[in-house]
Write a protein that binds this ligand. Structure first.
Ligand code: AMP
Ligand code: FE
Ligand code: FE
Ligand code: ZN
Length: 289
């Protein structure tokens, strides 16, 4: 509707439920967002849209706007890069096929990691399954929860700092599509792609300007620069590139319930930026409360 906003702030565009590695169901997450004083929240589970339906119903009841989204696992050579995708068509064949492939690869990879960990710690695949919901996108956080349940770590964060760290010897990568291709898939499905926490590596080496220019040509729409894990220097560099290439800048919490210290609304996105995202999207509708 021209000139009339149907959503309210504050706006948090990155949160996980138990459909991936958040600790709350989609309904609980939406209620937590409302209780935290947010007017709009995006559900962005890893490589899955399975929570959209439940979250939509909860948003209508709670009186909060829901932006359906996903955090797509992608790669730039060997580095893992997360791509937030908003308001795409969840039944798009390209997205459905690729996310199914990633979820399957994550499952095999988690089992292989648990096999390696099991050599040194009394941890089994059943311990991990006990920490997941049916059809959830499985990741290291579920292995972390199993390690905590078995007493090998006190918290998820402690497990990530030790046994699950990428230098621990137990770590293993999993298949994910190339970032440029993933941007194309999201755009083809009518969605709006925004690179999640792009400045976590410090130097910003994964996204040099020439690569960013190609991503923008493919339809990249924004950068999530207001996120607690972004490093100051890389963030400043990407802010100036965002201006140069006309990219929007978002801010979000990356809430995982009790699984991470990130709190809902700790970073937010401006209404102007959400307006631009809504104008760009053609794949699905927000749920306006
Ligand atoms: P994976 O994609 O399976 O390699 O696991 C990475 C996921 O674990 C990301 O979604 C992070 O949000 C989550 N994660 C990373 N570090 C931590 C931590 N210290 N505590 C809890 N979750 C974490
Ligand atoms: Fe996560
Ligand atoms: Fe992420
Ligand atoms: Zn996330």
């Amino acid at each position: 509707m021209a000139g009339e906003r149907q959503f309210r702030g504050p706006i948090d565009l990155h949160a996980h439920s138990s459909v991936s590695d958040g600790t709350e169901t989609p309904s609980q997450l939406v209620r937590a967002a409302s209780a935290a004083g947010l007017g709009t929240v995006a559900l962005t589970d890893h490589d899955s849209t399975a929570g959209w339906h439940e979250a939509a119903a909860a948003a209508r009841t709670a009186g909060i706007t829901l932006i359906p989204g996903m955090e797509f696992s992608t790669r730039v050579s060997s580095a893992s890069v997360h791509l937030l995708a908003y308001l795409f068509d969840p039944s798009d064949a390209g997205i459905v096929a690729e996310t199914a492939r990633v979820r399957q690869a994550r499952l095999v990879r988690a089992e292989e990691m648990v096999e390696r960990i099991g050599v040194d710690y009394a941890l089994t695949w059943d311990d991990v399954l006990a920490q997941t919901t049916p059809d959830a996108t499985v990741g290291r956080p579920h292995i972390a929860d199993a390690l905590v349940a078995r007493g090998f770590a006190l918290t998820r964060s402690e497990a990530f700092a030790g046994i699950l760290h990428w230098e621990s010897g137990y770590y293993q990568p999993h298949y994910a599509p190339d970032l440029l291709r993933a941007v194309g898939l999201v755009v083809a499905a009518g969605g709006v792609p925004v690179i999640a926490h792009p400045a976590t590596r410090g130097a910003g080496d994964v996204i040099p300007e020439a690569r960013l220019a190609r991503l923008v040509e493919a339809g990249l729409f924004g950068l999530e620069l207001e996120h607690r894990e972004n490093k100051t220097a890389a963030k400043a560099r990407l802010y100036s590139l965002a201006t140069k290439y006309g990219l929007v800048v978002t801010g979000s919490s990356d809430y995982h319930g009790e699984g991470k210290p990130n709190r809902l609304g700790e970073n937010t996105t401006t209404p102007e930026v959400l307006d631009r995202i809504l104008q760009q999207a053609t794949g699905s509708e927000p749920v306006f409360a």
